[in-house]
Design a protein around this ligand. Structure first.
Ligand code: NBP
Length: 426
């Protein structure tokens, strides 16, 4: 009889995913432009114990072998190969059939194809398969697109950011909390039992439990503290960083961008003010005595439970997080920033006190928490409707006649600052 699903494109990813699907007991038809790869895949399926995988050398018999409505996963090189494969297959597809692009295609291309296919009565979806060869074979992370296809592009970045934040948490817990590897293993295992079955937290817990096979103690303490680079993150901040650590430059750039987002900040400030988070955090501002006492005498209160709760929330389970991001954009496709989403803002408001305490503690202890502190600064800048950029604008107009805008009257203005200042001195 017909097979359950089809897969076109049998390079590394396609072959592994096809074998994975067949291994789970689903019948699968496979096709590749270069037919030798079809034979290779069929051979592997045989070797692995006669998996229900069927190879086809021509697209027509491939398509016709699949049960209707047909679902074909496509894993070919992004760009023109995807268009060519679609063209080849759609000759034989019927209304209601569906092609799923499992590649790393740019979402704009996917959207364009989705529209073109819809006109033919065919369905088209982007669903990036991540995890590389190993992932495709043993547990791919599938990212169904549709309404929010940008998912697959932020996945890599989120993963790195999450890894970075966990490393910062590790640093603070180890350096100020003096937690041993056993205790760290316990803490991370506990976090992993909660609602956040995060892959990263899980592997982190594992890491703290592994003894060094070449000497005393734990392996993690012997691992060189030099992270690998693959380029995804670099591309993201290429203009700002060019792979050198330039937090000051990056932050000043961020401030510029953020000061430009006037309307967004006004809206963000409303969201947070209405929830009791004012422009300036009055608790600390008003109660100066307590603040001085706190910092001078007791130091910042380190409660490990609090830290754990904060980081438990902060540690990102990609799947859950992405699902929540998707929901936020479903609620409002025009959302300017995730921070101002109803759900996300609520959580930020709840967690910000712990966040601040941790960053304070880290700063006080001399532990760098670039990720945590710069994102806190981002939040504190973004949620303010008025930033000191007015002074910068005034300075620029003073020394360079760059002109400025006003809060009350439209248009562009220039003031003879120097002249007026001089006159008033006379
Ligand atoms: P590649 O991206 O290297 O693409 C090779 C496949 O594209 C082969 O099946 C090849 O067929 C087919 N192809 C090409 Br090239 N030009 C074609 C054309 N004009 N018409 C039809 N087919 C054509 O394969 P991959 O590394 O397995 O990756 C597949 C997708 O998964 C890509 O989007 C990739 O970005 C993504 N991805 C890959 C990884 C990874 O670790 N490799 C990880 C995550 C995501 P042929 O055999 O006839 O040349």
């Amino acid at each position: 009889g017909p097979t359950r699903i089809g897969l076109a494109g049998l390079a590394v990813m396609g072959q592994n995913l096809a074998l994975n699907i067949a291994e789970k007991g689903f019948t699968i038809s496979v096709y590749n432009r270069t037919t030798s790869k079809v034979d290779e895949t069929v051979e592997s399926a045989k070797k692995e114990g006669n998996l229900p995988l069927y190879g086809f050398h021509d697209p027509k018999s491939f398509v016709q072998s699949i049960q209707k409505p047909r679902v074909i996963i496509m894993l070919v090189k992004v760009g023109p190969p995807v268009d060519q494969t679609i063209k080849t297959l759609s000759n034989y597809l019927e209304k209601g059939d569906c092609i799923i692009d499992g590649g790393n295609e740019w979402y704009k291309n996917t959207e364009r194809r989705e529209k073109a296919m819809a006109k033919l009565g065919l369905l088209y979806h982007g669903m990036g398969v991540s995890g590389g060869e190993e992932g495709a074979r043993n547990g791919p992370s599938m990212m169904p697109g549709g309404s929010f296809q940008a998912f697959k592009y932020i996945e890599d970045i989120l993963l790195k950011v999450a890894a970075q934040l966990i490393a910062e948490a590790y640093d603070v817990l180890k350096s100020t909390g003096k937690l041993s590897n056993e205790e760290l293993h316990h803490v991370f295992s506990e976090w992993n039992k909660g609602e956040l079955l995060s892959f990263l937290v899980e592997i982190t817990a594992d890491i703290f439990g592994i003894k060094d096979d070449k000497g005393e103690g734990y392996l993690v303490d012997k691992v060189l503290d030099k992270t690998g680079m693959k380029g995804t993150g670099k591309r993201t901040v290429q203009q700002a960083a060019e792979s050198v650590a330039a937090p000051t430059i990056a932050s000043s750039l961020d401030s510029r961008f953020l000061s430009g987002l006037k309307e967004e900040r006004v809206e963000a400030a409303k969201v947070f003010k209405s929830s009791g988070v004012g422009d300036i955090l009055t608790e600390q501002e008003v109660d100066k005595k307590k603040l001085i006492e706190d910092s001078a005498e007791k130091g910042w209160d380190l409660k490990l439970g609090e830290l754990a709760r904060f980081w438990k929330g902060g540690c990102i389970n990609l799947a859950i997080l992405l699902d929540r991001i998707k929901k936020a954009y479903d609620r409002n496709p025009e959302l300017a920033n995730l921070l101002v989403d109803t759900e996300f803002s609520k959580e930020i408001i709840e967690r910000q006190h712990g966040w601040r305490r941790v960053v304070c503690l880290a700063i006080k202890s001399g532990i760098s928490v670039l990720g945590m502190s710069s994102s806190l600064a981002y939040f504190d800048t973004y949620r303010r409707d008025r930033l000191p950029a007015n002074l910068v604008q005034a300075q620029r107009d003073y020394f360079g006649a760059h002109t400025y805008e006003r809060t009350d009257i439209p248009g562009s203005f220039h003031t003879e600052w120097f002249k007026i200042a001089k006159q008033s001195k006379i």
